[in-house]
Design a protein around this ligand. Structure first.
Ligand code: IMP
Length: 181
């Protein structure tokens, strides 16, 4: 299949992301400032850049773990079914946990992951997503913290891909197809 040509328009600059992460970390600190050790759980693969910046900005004792769940495959539409491809390495019972996601879109992914982790009886469980597309929501899910609300556009960069590409862009950009169709 030949790829449709597209360009990427910058939507959120690297500087704006860094400034927002500083603000978010101040808020997280207010809630988790008394923790012995916060387990920061990144959802692979889209959150890998966000969790790296977030974890380094957090002035708290932090442990890092990852989960991988299936969502889009290589297509631009969400498959509504959420499957766990890789589970946590560690136990979270009685622990403080912060789940880190790139985007809340329909809400199915985080809704499912949070319900699963809640069933393991953590002490405190919250979520943070860099981006939120509230107009796309199909389930009643609200993340504890959100970096930016964005319109219903397909975005890439800062860890987020389109068919596994563009994850290494330092900013968030929206995909605009340039073919006549
Ligand atoms: P949800 O289950 O529909 O909320 O989907 C969340 C997941 O869909 C995110 O973790 C992303 O992997 C993916 N996703 C949603 N919107 C976009 C986008 O604009 N670009 C790339 N991936 C997206």
């Amino acid at each position: 299949m030949t790829e449709r040509p597209y360009v990427i328009d910058e939507m959120i600059s690297a500087k704006a992301i860094a400034a927002r992460i500083e603000e978010l970390c101040r808020d997280i600190h207010k809630e988790y400032g008394d923790t012995d050790k916060l387990i920061v759980v990144g959802l692979l693969r889209g959150s890998f850049v966000f969790i790296a910046d977030l974890a380094r900005e957090l002035d708290l004792p932090v442990e890092v773990d990852f989960m991988e769940v299936s969502s889009y495959g290589d297509a631009m539409e969400s498959s509504r079914e959420v499957r766990i491809l890789k589970d946590l390495r560690g136990q979270i019972e009685g622990r403080d946990v912060l789940v880190v996601e790139d985007i809340v879109d329909t809400g199915h992914t985080l809704n499912h992951v949070m319900a699963l982790l809640r069933s393991r009886n953590p002490h405190r469980l919250r979520s943070i997503a860099l981006l939120d597309k509230p107009t796309r929501r199909e389930v009643d899910f609200k993340s504890s913290w959100i970096g930016f609300e964005i319109p219903d556009e397909f975005v890439v960069g800062y860890g987020i891909d389109f068919a596994q590409r563009n994850r290494n862009l330092p900013f968030i950009g929206s995909v605009r197809f340039t073919d006549p169709d």
